[in-house]
Design a protein around this ligand. Structure first.
Ligand code: IDP
Ligand code: MG
Length: 165
């Protein structure tokens, strides 16, 4: 059985991708899902929730000393809109997920990326993606710890999307 956080460096690599409340509020859930789905990545976890303060604090623990931290946690948790949490699987999905999101600061994000196409400022950058294998493991465990929340499944077209050589 593969671990819920996948196996980095293989076709079973997994990453945590989220649509933040501004992305949900603006009706961008389907576009963000579509980009990963069409690329060929496999959705293995999906939920809609208003994260608790504890969850947001832990998720962004590495930023806890930053001046924008309180505002960031409020934005994620105040319930004005929920968050979509997802786990996507496939070759190099951690790195490629970040490429598809674009730069953290949308003023530096290129066209064709999610942030480059849909947003303007760093405090409302509509999406999240794990930045390393270590982050993916931590974040998948944090957001999808419950039994059965990650689904291992075979797509009928897997052999047409991923080759082992
Ligand atoms: P990332 O989301 O691209 O991984 P991080 O540096 O990990 O970027 O920051 C996490 C999130 O914190 C950003 O996506 C953004 O929502 C928020 N953030 C980062 N820097 C700033 C800032 O200077 N002002 C306001 N919010 C920020
Ligand atoms: Mg980050």
């Amino acid at each position: 059985a593969i671990p819920i956080h996948g196996v980095p460096g293989t076709s079973k690599e997994r990453t945590f991708i989220a649509v933040k409340p501004d992305g949900v509020q603006r009706g961008l859930i389907s576009d963000i899902i579509a980009r990963f789905e069409r690329r060929g990545y496999k959705l293995v976890g999906l939920k809609l929730l208003v994260p608790s303060k504890a969850l947001a604090n832990e998720h962004y623990a590495d930023l806890s000393k930053k001046p924008f931290f309180a505002g960031l946690v409020d934005y994620m948790t105040n319930g004005k809109a929920p968050v979509i949490g997802m786990v996507w699987e496939g070759p190099a999905v951690i790195k490629q997920g970040r490429v598809m999101l674009g730069a953290t600061d949308p003023t530096a994000a290129g066209p064709g990326t999610i942030r480059g196409d849909y947003c303007l400022t760093i405090g409302r950058n509509i999406c999240h993606g794990s930045d390393s294998a270590e982050s993916a493991e931590k974040e998948i465990g944090l957001w999808f710890g419950g039994k059965g929340e990650i689904v291992n499944w075979t797509a009928n077209n897997d052999e047409w999307v991923v080759s082992d050589n």
